[in-house]
Design a protein. Structure first.
Ligand SMILES: Nc1nc2c(ncn2[C@@H]2O[C@H](COP(=O)(O)OP(=O)(O)OP(=O)(O)O)[C@@H](O)[C@H]2O)c(=O)[nH]1
Ligand SMILES: [Mg+2]
Length: 200
């Protein structure tokens, strides 16, 4: 049984390019297994995820989304309204696919344009199990996180499970930090005492 649950609007939204591993990350956290039969996501799909934080079991709602289509009216219609219904956004790219990394800037600008309140943003470089030297490096990802004024950078593997629990724990911690303010449009103070980066 959960020790801690959150109000309805306290969601985590996962966004990013096609094929970067958004659904696989969620599935790994739910099952602790890698499933390579996951099909492309075509609509917003909420899941309930359990994560242990300071010895307590927290239940969070994580919303999966279809891969981003720049300038797509359909993408905008389905995904952009979800920005208002979450407190934490997880931006995922594939370390082995540079265009998915470049998409992050576009997505962060859309969030900044559409959301007029504090939002915790986590940047995730996924597929670190297969990344090679010439792919998007940790340093480049970390730099982009700072440039875009995001709150945390982490590299993961949804295949090996590397940093997957850590990612969702960080998301849950940030939800807890903002718990009293969900739905508010006022600007909140910056959170303190949260780690800013995590090496894969
Ligand atoms: N090697 C490796 N493969 C991964 C990893 N994460 C996901 N994959 C594979 O990448 C492919 C895409 O994964 P999905 O989880 O469907 O990606 P997605 O971002 O949800 O894709 P869309 O729903 O189409 O936007 C699948 O073949 C996964 O098995 C990872 O960390 N390492
Ligand atoms: Mg998917």
């Amino acid at each position: 049984m959960a020790d801690v649950t959150f109000p309805q609007r306290a969601n985590v939204l996962i966004i990013g390019d096609f094929n970067v591993g958004k659904s696989t990350l969620i599935n790994y956290q739910r099952t602790k297994q890698f499933d390579n039969t996951i099909v492309p996501t075509i609509e917003i799909e909420p899941s309930t995820i359990s994560v242990t934080v300071n010895g307590k079991n927290m239940i969070i709602t994580v919303k999966d989304s279809p891969g981003v289509k720049e300038d797509s009216i359909k993408y905008g219609r389905f995904v952009f309204p979800e920005f208002q219904n979450c407190a934490v956004i997880v931006f995922v790219y594939d370390k082995t696919h540079r265009p998915s990394f470049d998409q992050i800037t576009y997505l962060k600008h859309m969030v900044d344009e559409l959301v007029n309140r504090r939002m915790e943003c986590i940047l995730v470089g996924n597929k670190c199990d297969i990344a090679k030297d010439d792919d998007v490096t940790f340093e480049v990802g970390h730099e982009r996180c700072a440039e875009l004024k995001m709150d945390l950078f982490i590299e993961t593997s949804a295949k090996k499970g590397t940093n997957v629990e850590e990612l969702f724990r960080e998301a849950a911690l940030r939800l807890k930090d903002m718990e009293l303010e969900f739905g508010s449009t006022k600007v909140l103070p910056e959170s303190e005492n949260t780690p800013k980066s995590c090496q894969c």
